[in-house]
Write a protein that binds this ligand. Structure first.
Ligand SMILES: Nc1ncnc2c1ncn2[C@@H]1O[C@H](COP(=O)(O)OP(=O)(O)OP(=O)(O)O)[C@@H](O)[C@H]1O
Ligand SMILES: [Mg+2]
Length: 308
């Protein structure tokens, strides 16, 4: 299975290009396109009402829009359940108070998104391609960075937890047998729920990171022939490079006869940062269609030759 992420600055044509690629690839393969953007327009592009559930568009093309708010609420609830289950012996800590502010915590949306991507990749094994249409650059880079960031701090948490268990074991040996009212806290690594959860999280994030950095994952950067788009694309490319994520295709979208010179200039500059990445040029289409057959605009260029 191949995984494609369409990224880029707001309004450059990520959704349009993702939809066109999905349509083109679905002529020969089974494709699922998932919109991760809180302001969805995938349904509009295909001329259908998606209602936040996976919908069959043709035999080989399925569409889905993710409800980010719902996802964040569910993510938070799952975490709260785990926390209140794990810390039920701690009466001194006011957990309710903590939970009520937790939803304002930074990173919840990014984790919710990442969890949903991971679940989609794990569950939707029937498809040859999963295409993710991502929100504008900032949020996208943050959630793509999460697996690596998370692995780093989970490693540290594991070390801290192991120290706590060692200390518990020492106390247990000094104190000897417990009276009947006392609770014995786990001190063995294999009995400790928190450590088990940290190990599991670590395994999951390592696996996800491997998928994101792997051969079957492609990040496609869409840009327009203008300077602002060039500047933001450069930042995104640097970010992807830092994170070791595979940028495989650049799409210079909305080229016209009038801006062709600027299009060439922007492409030359992009090549300086991403030497070996192919560039596709897509012309601004003036033919507005009705959203049927995956075409709100008449995109004739083949976006898929560098992807399949
Ligand atoms: N090649 C094209 N020809 C004509 N119109 C286009 C083309 N590509 C995109 N558009 C139009 O440009 C606008 C922005 O496109 P789109 O919604 O795909 O961008 P986006 O990058 O997904 O935006 P957002 O950041 O808001 O998600 C839309 O009105 C879309 O129809
Ligand atoms: Mg979009």
């Amino acid at each position: 299975m191949k995984i494609l992420f369409f990224t880029g600055k707001g309004g450059v044509g990520k959704s349009t290009m993702a939809a066109a690629a999905a349509w083109q690839l679905s002529q020969k393969s089974r494709v699922l396109i998932v919109s991760l953007d809180p302001a969805h327009n995938l349904g509009d592009i295909f001329g259908v009402d998606l209602k936040n559930k996976k919908s069959r568009y043709t035999n080989t093309l399925y569409l889905k829009e993710i409800d980010l708010q719902k996802l964040s609420r569910e993510y938070l609830q799952r975490e709260i359940n785990v926390l209140s289950g794990t810390y039920k012996y701690l009466q001194t800590l006011n957990l309710d108070n903590y939970f009520s502010v937790l939803r304002y915590s930074p990173g919840i949306e990014e984790y919710a998104l990442l969890t949903s991507i991971e679940k989609t990749i794990r569950d939707e094994t029937d498809f040859d391609y999963i295409i993710f249409d991502t929100p504008p650059t900032g949020l996208t880079l943050r959630f793509l960075a999460l697996p690596r960031v998370t692995i780093t701090w989970i490693d540290r948490l594991i070390q801290i937890r192991q120290k706590i268990l060692e200390k518990r074991y020492t106390i247990h040996r000094i104190r000897g047998t417990l009276s009947s009212e006392e609770t014995l806290l786990d001190y063995k690594e294999e009995d400790d729920d928190i450590l088990k959860r940290l190990w599991k999280l670590n395994t999951n994030y390592q696996a996800l990171n491997k998928i994101l950095q792997g051969e079957n994952c492609s990040i496609i950067l869409v840009f327009n022939p203008d300077i602002l788009s060039l500047k933001e694309s450069r930042r995104l490319m640097e970010g992807l490079n830092d994170l070791n994520l595979p940028l495989r295709l650049l799409i210079n979208n909305k080229v016209t006869r009038e801006n062709e010179e600027m299009a060439g200039y922007v492409e030359e500059n992009m090549k300086k940062t991403a030497k070996d990445v192919p560039i596709d040029r897509i012309f601004l289409s003036r033919t507005l269609l009705d959203g049927k057959d995956g075409k709100l605009y008449d995109i004739r260029e083949d976006i898929t030759s560098n992807l399949s």
